[in-house]
Design a protein around this ligand. Structure first.
Ligand code: IMP
Ligand code: MG
Length: 178
């Protein structure tokens, strides 16, 4: 398989993803002290599939909303500056909130978003990323929950894109030569 002439190398298969996501959902609910209700905020667009799978593995009432920030488009590097394109519509003040993102790379994006959500006064705010890339952090941000750790490849699939392509692939692939 390839995207725009670049070969894709399979890294994580769909079955392993589903297994991990279900385990993760259990770990998250435990960490929130088996709360009766959870507010989930996914970051568009990358986290849309992960968010959908994760909330369906949670057997409690869940409120779901999404936040969109400006991305760095076709580029493979984070600019470190975010702009809120779409704010959440639900009130998370006093609520237990889980922030979900696709990838923790430099950490610049999610640390800014975490701060932004924190300012809305949730009683508890935890973060979860599907993939953490090792050795890439430019902030001291740590996610509370991590699905998988990978080396520094450029990844597509399961919501992740390369120039908007590849999000629909059910597994995770490394873009060859990245
Ligand atoms: P950060 O601010 O450098 O941590 O960038 C995080 C965001 O960059 C993620 O939410 C993704 O949208 C995007 N990103 C980082 N690495 C990759 C990748 O390997 N594939 C696709 N998107 C990526
Ligand atoms: Mg992206």
């Amino acid at each position: 398989m390839e995207i725009r002439g670049k070969p894709l190398r399979p890294l994580i298969d769909p079955q392993s993803i589903q297994k991990r996501v279900h385990k993760l959902a259990g770990e998250i609910l435990d960490a929130f002290g088996n709360t009766e209700e959870l507010y989930v905020v996914g970051i568009l667009k990358g986290a849309f599939i992960f968010t959908a799978d994760l909330v369906r593995a949670m057997n409690i009432p869940v409120v779901v909303d999404f936040l969109q920030v400006s991305s760095y488009g076709q580029s493979m590097e984070s600019s470190g500056k975010i702009r809120i394109m779409k704010d959440i519509e639900i009130d998370i003040a006093g609520k237990k909130v889980l922030l979900i993102d696709d990838i923790l790379d430099t950490g610049l994006t999610i640390s800014e978003i975490y701060r932004f959500l924190k300012s809305k006064g949730p009683s508890e705010l935890k973060s979860c990323v599907f993939i953490e890339k090792e050795g890439r952090r430019k902030t001291d941000f740590e996610a509370d929950f991590v699905g998988f750790k990978t080396l520094n490849y450029f990844l597509v699939g399961y919501g992740l894109d390369w120039g908007e392509l590849g999000r629909n692939l059910p597994g995770i692939y490394a873009v060859e030569g990245s």
